[in-house]
Every structure is written in C-alpha cells, then in structure tokens.
Ligand binder design. Structure first.
Ligand code: GDP
Ligand code: MG
Length: 164
C-alpha cells in the first residue's frame, strides 16, 4: 500500500509551511491531475530513504462556526480515508483552541496512526508549550516542531516513517 501522509489542522497553524518544507524542491505537486480535489495539495517527500505522498489539506470555508465544523469533518474524513498516517498540526503559541478540540474529536474516530505536530516551537523555551496539548486527551504523541526552521521535525519524521 502506498504511504500517504495527510496534514490536518485549523487554518494558520503552519500546515502549508510544513508541507513545503517536506516536499522541498522536489516540486511534484499533483493537483493538476484530473479528479484531484482542488482544495488539497499533493506532493512527494522522502525521509531516510522512505518515500511518501503528503497531502496538505486546507481551503476551509470561512463564515459561521457551524459551517466551519462541517468543513472540518469533511476534510478530516477525506484525509482519514485516504491517508496511511496523519499529522495533526496545532500552534504552540495559541495553545488549545475550540477548533483544535473539534479536530481532535473527529480524529479520535480514526484507526490510523496520528502524530501531533505542536508547531511554532521555534526556540527551546517554546517546546515546553507543547505539553499543553495533552489536554486534547489523544493517545497520539506530541512533537514540538518548527515548520519554519525545522527544529524537532526530524524526530517526528523518524517516528512517522516507522509506520510505513
Ligand atoms: P496553514 O493555514 O495551516 O497552512 O498555515 P501556513 O503554513 O500558511 O502558516 C500560517 C502562518 O504561520 C504564516 O505566517 C507562517 O509564516 C507562520 N508559521 C508557519 N510555521 C511557523 C513556525 O514554525 N514558526 C513561526 N514562528 N511561524 C510559522
Ligand atoms: Mg495552508
């Protein structure tokens, strides 16, 4: 089975930044392929000799909270169906939000391996903030990362590729 990793999470947590870091210059965006949903980007990535497809989810509807929640469910369900592993991205600086909790509730219904990327932990002092996300009550491990400068991302990817 193909290794497919979906990055999910509320807007502005850094999903696309991490996606771009993962696919680097390989530039294999596949969203011009027929049948591929427009609001998701696909790319190829490699870590320690393991190759995988990454899905950057997004394009969430803005508007009422109800609509947003429905959108979350739709996106996450698609990702859960399609992916072999899921990176659930949250923002260390903002801490736990209501939308994070909604994502967590949907993700809990998945049997796929989940890795929580507690992003924007740019400096060592910020990594402590990641522990706040245990409040989400998920079994998934939490990785303080910086999609911007790459710190902590190696640990997450090391564990991620073990699931392939
Ligand atoms: P998305 O909506 O989840 O795809 O989030 P984006 O990747 O578009 O990032 C949202 C904002 O957060 C942008 O201004 C990024 O530059 C910023 N950002 C992303 N990753 C990091 C990070 O690791 N550290 C910091 N300080 N900012 C980040
Ligand atoms: Mg994005």
């Amino acid at each position: 089975m193909a290794n497919i990793v979906a990055i999910v999470g509320r807007p502005n947590v850094g999903k696309s930044t991490f996606f771009n870091r993962l696919i680097e210059k390989r530039q294999a965006i596949m969203d011009n392929e027929p049948g591929v949903t427009r609001d998701r980007h696909y790319g190829y990535a490699e870590w320690c000799g393991k190759f995988f497809t990454v899905i950057d989810t997004g394009g969430y509807a803005t508007g009422s909270d109800d609509k947003f929640e429905a959108e979350i469910r739709k996106q996450v369900k698609l990702a859960i169906d399609e992916a072999s592993a899921i990176i659930f991205m949250v923002d260390c600086r903002d801490g736990v939000t209501g939308f994070d909790k909604e994502f967590a509730n949907v993700l809990r219904t998945s049997k796929k391996p989940i890795f929580i990327g507690a992003n924007k932990a740019d400096t060592p002092d910020k990594t402590l903030l990641a522990t706040e996300f245990y409040e989400l009550g998920m079994e998934a491990e939490i990785y303080p990362i910086s999609a911007e400068n790459g710190s902590g991302t190696g640990e997450l990817l090391d564990d991620l590729i073990k699931t392939f």
